[in-house]
Design a protein. Structure first.
Lengths: 110, 148
């Protein structure tokens, strides 16, 4: 998991698996840390995420709620087909703002 | 341990109640599904559903107890895979699970595991076993993954 600052947007590049015991606690800690530091524009790049389980979905939702409650925005970038399918099945695809193009996603925060 | 008869394969294993065991069991199930001829999407769905079930067994069933095992049986035949996952916990009531697609539950942190298992498999059965434990049976039929 790697953070980049593009203007006032923090881009978090996530890779590998987001599952219980593997990446889900790492994602939770990273998002908590960003919120605690006052980052209010967060773009999660999930392009290299191969697998998310229900625990990982839970962390995405908690992160979204936590950032929103602080008056910020958490958006998703570059969903793989499997992750997109998962968000559609769980009806979360309409909850998150999803982008396929990083530059467009960054502009959308303005 | 594995047995083979008339093209059918049966594997039985017992695992410790750890998340490492979940990874190990999931890998075994994935390998079985691949060997049985399921396509990549089907393999992914089987592996995800089995993982959700294995995590339930370790976390909610056995509560990570070093004294309790998770029992796995994988049966593959020409057209299907049948996976039995049994824990040694106290069991839980499926009717108590809230609908994760209900508007008021969409942003809940948890509660999607069983829903995903049902979405990805062709059949899900659960029953309490004596003296303690829950046995979950998952079935996936090859070539029937559309709209699942």
């Amino acid at each position: 998991m790697n953070n980049r600052q593009v203007g006032d947007v923090t881009v978090v590049d996530v890779s590998g698996r987001i599952t219980l015991g593997e990446g889900s606690s790492e994602l939770r800690d990273a998002l908590r840390d960003l919120v605690a530091k006052g980052n209010k524009k967060i773009l999660l790049n999930l392009g290299d995420v191969s697998y998310i389980d229900s625990s990982g979905i839970g962390e995405l939702v908690s992160g979204f709620t936590s950032v929103s409650n602080q008056g910020g925005q958490l958006k998703l970038l570059n969903l793989t087909k499997r992750v997109k399918d998962l968000l559609q099945i769980t009806k979360l695809y309409t909850v998150f703002e999803v982008h396929d193009d990083e530059a467009g996603a960054i502009r959308s925060f303005a | 341990m594995g047995t083979e008869r008339e093209g059918a394969v049966k594997i039985e294993r017992a695992f410790d109640s750890t998340l490492e065991s979940v990874d190990e069991a999931e890998a075994l199930i994935l390998e079985s599904a691949a060997n049985a001829g399921f396509d990549e999407d089907e393999q992914h769905h089987i592996s995800m559903a089995a993982r959700e079930c294995l995590v339930n067994a370790v976390v909610h069933g056995n509560r990570y107890s070093a004294h309790k095992k998770v029992h796995l049986v994988i049966e593959t035949s020409s057209d299907r895979i049948r996976i039995l996952i049994t824990d040694e916990g106290e069991g839980f009531d499926l009717t108590e699970l809230p609908d994760p697609l209900a508007e008021e539950n969409l942003l809940r942190h948890s509660g999607r595991g069983i829903f995903l298992i049902r979405a990805f498999m062709d059949d899900l059965q659960m029953r309490k076993v004596s003296p303690h434990g829950t046995e979950v049976t998952l079935v996936k039929i090859r070539g029937r993954n559309e709209d699942k």
